[in-house]
Design a protein around this ligand. Structure first.
Ligand code: BG6
Length: 486
């Protein structure tokens, strides 16, 4: 049920707010998902930002929404929702009373506090909200991934938030869960009988989950160099996708049921002991190369520091130790400055048990289910079929194609839009539970620690390629390898 809401964005002038949150709310507003009387309170610390806030948001919307979706008239109507707020998040003497006054008479409404700020400020911010009695039973807090730097720091952040909010009021975002095709993955798995009996180690040879990016640091050097691809992408996005692919069917598609199943997967991941890591994990760092025909600088040049060992690429062979997935390798891969921007899950089925086409000069190709999240949203099933018009024994791989990009609507629904509206509506199914964060760090931490202890140097790869060649060695059979579907 839609309700009137107050959405507060702390860190309102930051990159996340301008690039993702504002466009998301702009789309939501124009799709009539914001009930009259709702507001977006955008907080900033500097007077100059406060004075120019609406202009900054307008410019951001112009840049980050499609041209066809932006117009002066639409901006004017959306801007009525915006309330600029001048506030120092840490210092309660600076702006907090005036901020608190803005909520007078609105105590019963849904309140969503979005912390688009550094985790080191979360504590002070929650403390100030609490001191000003702004945390009501219908308040929610939204925080971004990666939560913390490792298991310990994540727990500290979780503990801090738990002092002020109940677990069911805390919405930990992983924007990959808001992507349309990710939801389609659940629909595909849990509403089609077809897949139910072949979704296991008896039928599946291996699974690949890849997120490739063409972009480099995008001005986030400070954050990224301290994090690296393992913390930035694997601990959250890749492991979340793995959970959705591998989890058992939840009793219902509701937050608690889904989370219980995801946590079971994370806990069943085979721990990476020191002796496994070098064989099962490859880390890389890009050097200068050509992306889309343009020469881009290497990571160290982009960083302006020639010492960093931070990885911009990770490939992993992982196993889930349970009955369903015994012995099935899950290949995970992500990197910056790769050849294409793409994100996909590829389920490769086993070879047919007996080939009745012995004469065929072309070997039978295994069936593959491809769930593509980016750049296009589609689901494909690759099958062998007869090559029409040719002799009976001439087969070729053919593709059944479910292409969602052709199903256009006036406004697209972005992942952030979906998740923000879910947080406002109180639906936490697509958000991460504290125990998931914990379990994910517990699996990732030993790998990072091993790298640190052994002073591991990343393999270098040229920008515009698919990463270090060593990542191909993760596949046991020569006939297998990373599948490039672009
Ligand atoms: C973010 C990471 O979570 O996801 C970024 O911090 C990355 O480094 C981004 O670029 C990728 O998201 P998307 O939706 O563009 O694939």
């Amino acid at each position: 049920m839609k309700q009137v809401f107050d959405l507060v964005i702390f860190g309102g002038t930051g990159d996340l707010s301008m690039r993702k949150l504002m466009p998301a709310m702009y789309y939501a507003f124009h799709q009539k998902k914001c009930i009259d009387g709702s507001r977006i309170l955008v907080c900033c610390r500097k007077q100059s930002d406060f004075d120019s806030l609406k202009d900054q948001i307008k410019a951001a919307l112009k840049s980050y929404t499609k041209t066809s979706e932006f117009s002066e008239e639409r901006w004017q109507s959306f801007s009525q929702l915006l309330v600029p707020v001048l506030l120092d998040l840490i210092d309660i003497e600076k702006g907090w009373q005036a901020f608190a006054d803005l909520f007078e008479g609105r105590e019963e409404l849904v309140r969503v506090f979005y912390l688009a700020v550094m985790p080191s400020i979360y504590g002070a911010c929650c403390e100030n909200l609490s001191q000003k009695d702004l945390i009501t039973p219908s308040s929610r807090i939204v925080v971004e991934k990666p939560l913390g730097y490792d298991h310990e720091t994540a727990e500290e952040i979780n503990e801090t938030m738990a002092n002020f909010f109940q677990e069911n009021q805390i919405y930990r975002i992983d924007h990959y869960l808001g992507k349309e095709t990710v939801q389609n993955l659940l629909a595909l798995r849990f509403s089609n009988f077809l897949f139910e009996n072949i979704w296991d180690c008896k039928a599946i040879d291996h699974i690949q989950i890849s997120i490739g990016e063409q972009v480099g640091l995008e001005g986030r050097a400070g954050f990224y160099d301290g994090a690296g691809a393992m913390r930035d992408m694997v601990q959250n996005h890749l492991l979340q996708l793995l959970c959705l692919v591998a989890m058992e069917s939840p009793n219902k598609l509701q937050a608690d049921d889904v989370r219980i199943e995801k946590i079971k997967v994370l806990k069943a991941l085979k721990p990476m002991l020191d002796e496994h890591i070098d064989k099962n994990v490859v880390r890389g760092q890009y050097v200068s190369g050509s992306v889309n025909g343009e020469i881009v600088p290497g990571y160290l040049d982009e960083l302006g520091d020639h010492e960093s060992n931070t990885e911009t690429f990770v490939a992993i062979r992982a196993f889930i130790e349970n009955w369903r997935w015994a012995g099935v390798p899950f290949y995970l891969r992500t990197g910056k400055r790769l050849k294409h921007r793409s994100a996909e899950i590829i389920v490769q089925f086993k070879d047919v048990t007996h080939n009745v086409y012995p004469d065929i000069n072309q070997k039978l190709k295994p069936n593959r289910l491809i769930i593509q999240l980016q750049p296009d949203e589609k689901i494909q099933l690759q099958l062998m079929a007869k090559d029409i018009g040719k002799e009976d024994n001439v087969l070729k791989p053919m593709t059944l194609n479910l292409d969602f990009s052709t199903q256009n609507s006036d406004f697209k629904t972005t992942a952030y839009q979906r998740l923000l509206m879910d947080a406002i509506d109180g639906n936490s199914t697509l958000f991460i539970h504290r125990d998931e964060v914990k379990a994910a760090w517990r699996w990732v931490d030993p790998i990072i620690e091993h790298w640190q202890e052994t002073n591991n140097k990343p393999e270098l790869y040229k920008a515009g390629t698919w990463g270090p060649a060593k990542a191909d060695d993760l596949f046991k059979r020569k006939s297998q390898g990373w599948i490039d579907i672009t």
